[in-house]
Design a protein around this ligand. Structure first.
Ligand SMILES: [Zn+2]
Length: 337
């Protein structure tokens, strides 16, 4: 009788269990094949999957208007940063460069925190610009979802990539338009000798963007008033040619020092006081007023966004753009650090 049971169970095993095991392994095998694709050379490549960050996968984002801290996935956060920092109609390779720059800047900030309760905040004057998807879409007139998808693609295609120097994430400064030549950090903030990757580099094609040229007209009275807020004893003889004069230029050709009557101030200070787009300016004295003729937009350090777009239009990849604006860097997988 026992034998009958043994044969019966053996029969069940052969008929049902074994085929089930084989079927399962076949399903596994075929699902694996589904994640792979043959490229033109006949090599099997993995289709891009969600990147798994060993660390930095989620960040604590401080919303400065509500003072709330939100935990958000790094690459989701970056879509909101890239769409806040760069026009969506820029070339994909420029947007990808911006995504890599923003990821690097974020990780640098996580390691060099400004805020006690968060990794980074949403204020561009403090950390890095951020915009909600709702607000972003509302500001676009048409093709809203397609534009958002373009941003998401650019972030996804750069998953895990960051810019390093000496195996460390760099302080990836960027700005809008360099006016053709970037600036040394020492000439903006007085420091930066520990950031040898930030040099003066030239880029063609930035004059084709609206951010390149600007002018500010201020009456002599306005000039005096604005300077008085900082220098109460300011005195300027507007009839004296030498009383308003650029004294010194930085190595990139921006204003380093400018004289206003009894004070000599830095170009960066003049930029702030008079609301100029950059320190790359000339002055023209006209009847009762001063005209500031300004080239470029922003501090000029690191990657120029319009320069990146101009390079991309001429066929440069995101990696080539980054290697142009940050000297001697390596783009690495963040998990390899
Ligand atoms: Zn901040």
């Amino acid at each position: 009788m026992k034998k009958v049971f043994i044969y019966f169970f053996a029969f069940l095993f052969i008929c049902f269990v074994l085929p089930a095991l084989f079927t399962k392994s076949e399903i596994n095998a075929s699902s694996k094949v589904g994640n792979e694709e043959e490229n033109a050379d006949g090599n099997v490549e993995k289709v891009s999957e969600a990147y798994i960050y060993n660390q930095y996968g989620t960040i604590q984002l401080l919303h400065t208007d509500t003072n709330e801290v939100e935990e958000v996935a790094l690459d989701t956060y970056l879509c909101h940063v890239v769409s806040a920092e760069m026009p969506v109609d820029f070339e994909k390779e420029a947007l990808k460069a911006q995504a890599i720059v923003a990821r690097t800047y974020t990780i640098y900030k996580i390691n060099n925190k400004k805020h006690d309760n968060a990794d980074i905040c949403d204020d561009s004057n403090c950390c890095q610009a951020w915009i909600s998807k709702e607000d972003r879409l509302a500001k676009w007139d048409e093709d809203k979802e397609a534009k958002w998808n373009k941003i998401e693609e650019c972030v996804k295609e750069t998953q895990g990539k960051i810019i390093t120097y000496d195996h460390q994430p760099i302080n990836a400064f960027f700005h809008s338009n360099s006016g053709g030549k970037t600036e040394l950090p020492v000439d903006v903030w007085g420091g930066g000798s520990n950031m040898p990757y930030l040099q003066v580099v030239e880029t063609a094609g930035e004059d084709g963007y609206s951010q390149y040229n600007s002018e500010i007209d201020l009456t002599n009275e306005e000039i005096l008033q604005k300077l008085k807020e900082k220098y109460v004893d300011i005195q300027i003889d507007f009839n004296n040619e030498d009383d308003i004069k650029i004294l010194e230029y930085t190595s990139s050709g921006r204003v380093k020092t400018i004289k206003f009557g009894n004070h000599e101030i830095s170009g960066t200070e003049a930029r702030t006081i008079f609301g100029l787009r950059s320190t790359n300016f000339e002055i023209s004295k006209e009847e009762g007023k001063i005209k500031f003729i300004v080239i470029g937009y922003g501090h000029g350090v690191g990657m120029s966004q319009t320069g990146a777009d101009s390079m991309a239009k001429n066929g440069s990849t995101a990696e080539e753009i980054i290697n142009h604006f940050y000297v001697g860097v390596e783009i690495k997988d963040v998990n390899s650090l």
